[in-house]
Design a binder for this molecule. Structure first.
Ligand SMILES: [Zn+2]
Length: 389
């Protein structure tokens, strides 16, 4: 069976039923494409017109929307593939499609004999005439400078950025504002003003990256809470997205740099019910109406009372699975009522105002949303990974 016949036959009809078979089939197609391309390059063309025609014919044979070989593969191999084979067919198909991009620029690589130089009076080509300029250039390289350039692929927003914007959008719709602050932060704003005592283990240089004894790379976005209180006073409804740093060795769930979003709402008579209602609304907006939230007591120095928020597992709906470790719940953030001393440190009278706050990891949310099991993938700049978003 020829390649042309094969690409018009489904994988099932070709009796291909496993990943190895798929790979072998695509390897054969790729080899055929490379052979045709190399044969054309070796052949060359007698004129520019012939080159254009030969390149166009080969391009159309493989890439034409209608009746091109890649379109046939898309129809007969990819779309018709059984569900369990699809990931393998998709991967091989994409690799082939990338390779086939060389057919778009084939004319740039193909040799064409030089036209005879027009005789100028002194035997020097007339530099003013476009054709002689082209000829001079083409003596140096076989390129045709009038040929269109390589198309560059368009980029997309990083998955963590996409996640951050989605979360921001929900809170912006609730009337929150976005606030930001420095990543190089004073020990006062990062710890003292947030009621984190000198003896607290998080202040240890095993956990925190110190620049000098009074300056750190901020370990959370919380210092911006104090900065915002000082700047705007109450009432105040803000979210604070940004990068944070900790003395962590990189592994599947830790990175020395990560992204947080923190929320702060201060007004007269704000209660824990407001906090619960807002975070429940947020979880449902982000993950769907069926999501339930659960609040459990916890401890943070800057909130009292403090809580951990879990959502019902987005993968199993609460039945129990690998991701939720069979518990049906996934812990997603910390929260609590702002400690009166923290309000005072921000210049706000805790007798007049109360507030709540929460903090979540954007990278972790993106991992949940896209079912990614290694945080490092976000920061390795591997285009094959990033292209999927
Ligand atoms: Zn689960």
């Amino acid at each position: 069976m020829t390649i042309d016949q094969k690409v018009h036959t489904t994988l099932a009809e070709l009796s291909i039923a496993d990943a190895a078979g798929v790979e072998a089939a695509f390897t054969e197609v790729r080899a055929a494409m490379q052979a045709e391309r190399d044969a054309l390059l070796a052949r060359g063309a007698a004129s520019e017109a012939e080159r254009e025609k030969l390149c166009k014919d080969l391009r159309d044979r493989w890439l034409a929307r209608k009746n091109g070989i890649l379109s046939a593969l898309d129809e007969n191999w990819l779309k018709a593939a059984k569900k369990e084979l699809k990931p393998f067919v998709g991967k091989s198909f994409n690799a082939l499609r990338q390779e086939s991009a060389t057919l778009e620029t084939l004319a740039l690589m193909m040799d064409v004999p030089l036209r005879a130089l027009p005789e100028s009076p002194r035997g020097i080509p007339d530099a003013g005439s476009p054709s002689s300029v082209a000829v001079q250039v083409s003596r140096e390289t076989p390129s045709d400078l009038t040929f269109p350039g390589n198309r560059r692929p368009l980029g997309t927003l990083h998955p963590v950025t996409q996640m951050q914007r989605e979360i921001e959008e929900i809170f912006l719709n609730l009337g929150f504002h976005i606030e930001s602050g420095p990543e190089i932060e004073s020990v006062y704003y990062n710890f003292d003003a947030l009621n984190i005592p000198e003896s607290h283990p998080s202040r240890d240089d095993w956990d925190t990256l110190y620049i000098d004894s009074k300056t750190v790379l901020r370990t959370h976005t919380s210092p911006v809470q104090i900065r915002a209180m000082e700047k705007y006073s109450a009432p105040l409804h803000i979210i604070i997205p940004g990068k944070c740093y900790r003395h962590d060795n990189p592994d599947a769930s830790h990175s020395p740099m990560f992204h947080q979003i923190e929320g702060l709402s201060i007004a007269a008579d704000v209660t824990f019910a407001d906090l619960k209602g807002t975070l429940d609304f947020f979880a449902k907006r982000l993950f769907g109406e069926k999501i339930r939230t659960r609040f459990q007591p916890s401890f943070f120095p800057f909130t009292e009372p403090s809580g951990e928020v879990s959502i019902s597992c987005i993968f199993c709906g609460g039945e129990g699975c690998r991701v939720c470790k069979e518990s049906g719940w996934i812990e997603v953030m910390g929260c609590g009522m702002v400690h009166p001393q923290v309000l005072r440190n921000g210049g706000i009278d805790p007798k007049k105002y109360s507030g709540w706050a929460f903090g979540l990891g954007v990278d972790r949310f993106a991992m949940l949303k896209y079912d990614i099991n290694d945080i490092q993938l976000f920061f390795q700049s591997d285009v094959r990974f990033l292209e999927q978003f």
